[in-house]
Design a protein around this ligand. Sequence first.
Ligand code: DOR
Ligand code: ZN
Length: 428
Amino acid sequence: MTVNGSVLITNVRPYGDGEPVDVAVTDGTITAIGAGLEAPDGAEVLDGRGGILLPGFVDLHTHLREPGREDTETVASGSAAAAAGGYTAVFAMANTDPVADNAAVTDLVWRLGQEVGLVDVHPVGAVTVGLAGEQLAEMGMMAAGTGRVKLFSDDGKCVHDPLVMKRALEYSKGLGVLISQHSEEPRLTEGAVAHDGAIAARLGLTGWPRAAEESIVARDALLARDAGYRVHVAHASTEGTVELLRWARGQGIEISAEVTPHHLLLDDSRLETYDGVNRVNPPLREERDKLALRAALADGTIDCVATDHAPHAAQEKCCEFSQARPGMLGLETALSIVVETMVGPGLLDWRGVARVMSERPAQLVGLDDQGRPIAVGEPGNLAVVDPDAQWTVAADELASKSRNTPYAEMTLPARVLGTVLRGTVTHR
Ligand code: DOR
Ligand code: ZN
């Protein structure tokens, strides 16, 4: 079980502002911020080396693969990857085996996460039994269990039946929980493996059209309007989705959205090599989608970054492109990709990074101990970032059990120097 710890973080600049200070965390709570602080009794010391202090990151979209595929990731290995990426809370998707469609599984995932103690692992509950899209899962039981499920998703599959989605939204309203939709109209993506554009056509890959995503986003916005309740769009990937989000907001519809690091950085020009590492769902799109997603994250149309960290075994990725499983690792590289695509070009400052990586995602799911201000009396859930670091991603050195990073051998900016969960150093 995680115990509240004490730590003195030295020589850091909260949000990158002002002169460096020390931050003392005593029994899990920030107790002092200032120059030349004494370490609290029994505290660890974390040298911030003049880096930037941010609230610990919160990931609304992580696949930890336990139970069922512990050969590719476990709660323990995924928690270590999360801590290495600066995360203090992650939401573990429900498409495990067995599916997390009941409280026995969601409570197990929560308990495993607390035993590991590196990051709060919040279980995501399935919306429908077995992710089959037909019968609603016992959402209330999962919300009331020890795992206190706050986020529901059939991710990997879309809740495509409009009547099922309508009922799920009505239930979620009664429970005060959030549904995250994997927006993919299945009739439009049968056999699809790549973005439906010129590159897929030339490479002979079956295309996944933008409309498959956008038609569900539009439909769900209307269902949310009628339900008078919010809905969340997982991994927004197209320019049209951004336009729909703006339209829906303008109508007063409560719709939120996340974007993945890979959709901010990569596009379908990566597919030329037929390397299965680039297969992901939704697929890598085009330059204009990337630019629209970045602008939307900067102006708040897209609320937050979520990794969709999706570990797969070597044999599931190193094969014919159309046979490769969709998904990419993300936890350990997310901050660097956000710096590369958003901070570097001047689209976000460090306050903005805190907003999209920590504050907004915590608010969306109602976590009261994450994404909090860096201030005395607040929880000691923090990440220290070296903004000037350059590092080359080595797949073999990742904490994840899997190796399917699309960033291998890339040199990226900024590195997480340390992560603190309730006053305990979980990564350095
Ligand atoms: O690329 C993806 N991988 N997209 C999903 O929706 C599911 C995920 C997975 O579970 O591997
Ligand atoms: Zn998904």
